[in-house]
Each structure stands twice: as C-alpha cells, then as structure tokens.
Design a protein around this ligand. Structure first.
Ligand code: CP
Length: 310
C-alpha cells in the first residue's frame, strides 16, 4: 500500500491531519532507516545541504536529542535554540522570532512550546516545513508515531489490539496523539485516571473511559503509564502523589488484569514509584527504552518525507 503512496504533507502538526496510508508510509520509511543506527558509521548523505532548526521553548531530553541525532545521521545541518538562549527572554514575539529564522532560510523548523497551537501559528510566518514537537496539552505527533512503530515492532500488528492509557490524560499531549494514532490504525483504546484528569471529550475521540484502572487494563495488549503534568495546572487535582500511586500507579497488581505479555510503555520522563513501579518499568515486557531508540528512526523518516531526500 505505502510503497505506491506519496507523502503530500508539508508540516507535521497533528496526527488528525494524517490518513492511515500516511501513517503506514511513515512507519515503513522508519523501518528502512532503523538499520542505519546499528552501523559502525551511523551516517548517510540523504539530507546533505538541508538546514534543520530545533526551537525548544520547553525542556526536553528525548525529543530534542532524537530529532538532532536523526538530522545528523542524515547529514543535515542542525541548529538548536532554547527558550533561555533565544531573544524571547528579551521580549521578542514568536512571530518576530519566526520571521528572523525565515530570513536565514531553514528547510525545517521543529518547535516545542507550552502553548497549544503555536506550531500552526509558525506555519503562517515561515516557508520552512514545521514539525510539532509538543504544543501545550494539544499533541505530540512524533511521539504518537514512535509509539505506533514500537507496538507494531513488538506485536507485529496494531489493528485489533487493546491499548490502555493510565494517568493524567487531560494534560498529556502524548495521550491525545496516541488516542488519535491508535484509533486511526484500528486499535481499541481505553483510558483511566483520576476524574479530574479525564476530560469529557475523550469519548468523542473514540476512547473508552473507565474510572477504575483495573477495568481499563482488563485484557490489554499494551499498557501505557503517563506522568502527572504538574507544570500544566495550578490548583491541586489529586489529594497526594502517594494516593495517586496507590490507585493509578501501573504496578504488578494492576497488571494482573492485563494480558500476561502486555507491553509496558511510557513516553518519559518517568517518575518511578508514582505513575509506574520500577519493577514494571524495568521488567521483561517494558519497551520504554525501545520507544526512545525507535524515536530516532521515526524522526529520520519524518525529516526525509518532509525535506525530500536525494
Ligand atoms: N517523550 C518526550 O516528549 O520526552 P521529552 O520531554 O524528554 O522530549
């Protein structure tokens, strides 16, 4: 299917924008690029002469580094700007920052920002392609794609699987991209978390909402734990982290309800002993570090498809 199919998008802003064929093409392209990272010389000339700017207004370990590694492995020139080193600290607006970046003719800008919709705003002011590397509580599409890749790599399929996502769904851009992505590719998605973290729109996205996490993980092929995004809300939404860990922590007891070989996922950063028990995070069915490894291949695929390699 995907071999005959051409990628028509200029930007990656939301998994809503992609068809199942688009997702299939990205995953197949990532499969072909994954091998490059296993070579002694981890570099191909595919994107030589292309310029990639990483514009990160929020902290990141995995996403920023894996986009940079992906670009460098394809021989693109990469430049990093963070909130503290940009002229935003001197009062420059995002639109003015964008215009100034555009004046230096980048081919692609990867942006992370605390405000939902910022990547969309950027597209109105630059000719470069834009990838959303996480915008507020909205979406984190490249994370959603690497999660799809990781599940398909481990299970061989996505369609028909049951995926349970447990935690702070309301503030998680990863949860939003994962719900869209897994539903699009034919999986069933159930979610659970404290009532204050389960917004009413989830059923409209096609997720089954369970107040009891044991119900959400019952028979699950994949269980994903999410961090409580304390930086995104001010008033307390849970009584205490200890209480959260007792009722919603992904631990061996909770996993008795899932399939015995259920994959354990987490987008990171993880808070051990809060949303996930260390024995589960480091256990035999954990693919948490595979998600990170696969992030490089999936991001290589996105750079290649957007910038049109040789
Ligand atoms: N998963 C993820 O977005 O991690 P970082 O915040 O470290 O980029």
């Amino acid at each position: 299917m995907a071999a005959e199919f051409h990628f028509k998008h200029k930007h990656i802003l939301s998994l809503e924008d992609l068809t199942p064929d688009d997702v299939e093409l990205i995953l197949q392209t990532a499969e072909s690029f994954k091998e490059i990272s296993t070579r002694a010389i981890k570099k191909v000339p595919t994107l030589r002469g292309r310029t990639v700017v990483n514009l990160f207004f929020e902290p990141s370990t995995r996403t920023r580094l894996s986009f940079e590694i992906a670009a460098k492995r394809m021989s693109a020139d990469t430049f990093n700007i963070s909130a503290s080193t940009s002229s935003a600290v001197k009062g420059e607006s995002l639109v003015d920052t964008a215009r100034n970046l555009e004046a230096m003719s980048p081919d692609l800008i990867i942006i992370r920002h605390a405000s939902s919709g910022t990547p969309n705003l950027l597209t109105a002011h630059v000719n470069a392609s834009v990838i959303n590397a996480g915008d507020g509580t909205h979406e984190h599409p490249s994370q959603g794609l690497l999660d799809l890749f990781t599940v398909r790599e481990a299970k061989g399929v996505i369609a028909g699987l049951k995926v349970a996502i447990i935690g702070d769904i309301a503030h998680s851009r990863v949860a939003h991209s994962d719900i869209i992505g897994f539903k699009k590719m034919g999986a069933e998605v159930t979610v659970s978390g404290p009532a204050t973290m389960l917004p009413s729109y989830l059923e409209g996205m096609g997720a089954t909402v369970c107040s009891d996490p044991r119900e959400a993980v019952a028979g699950a092929d994949v269980v994903m734990a999410l961090r409580i995004q304390q930086e995104r809300f001010h008033d307390p939404l849970i009584p205490s982290l200890r209480e959260y860990a007792t009722y919603f922590g992904v631990n061996r007891q909770l996993l008795k309800a899932a399939k015995p070989d259920a994959l354990i996922m987490h987008p990171g950063p993880i808070n051990r002993g809060v949303e996930i028990d260390p024995a589960v995070a480091d256990g035999p069915y954990s693919v948490i570090l595979d998600q990170v490894t696969n992030g490089v291949a999936v991001r290589m695929a996105l750079l290649y498809l957007l910038m049109g390699g040789d």
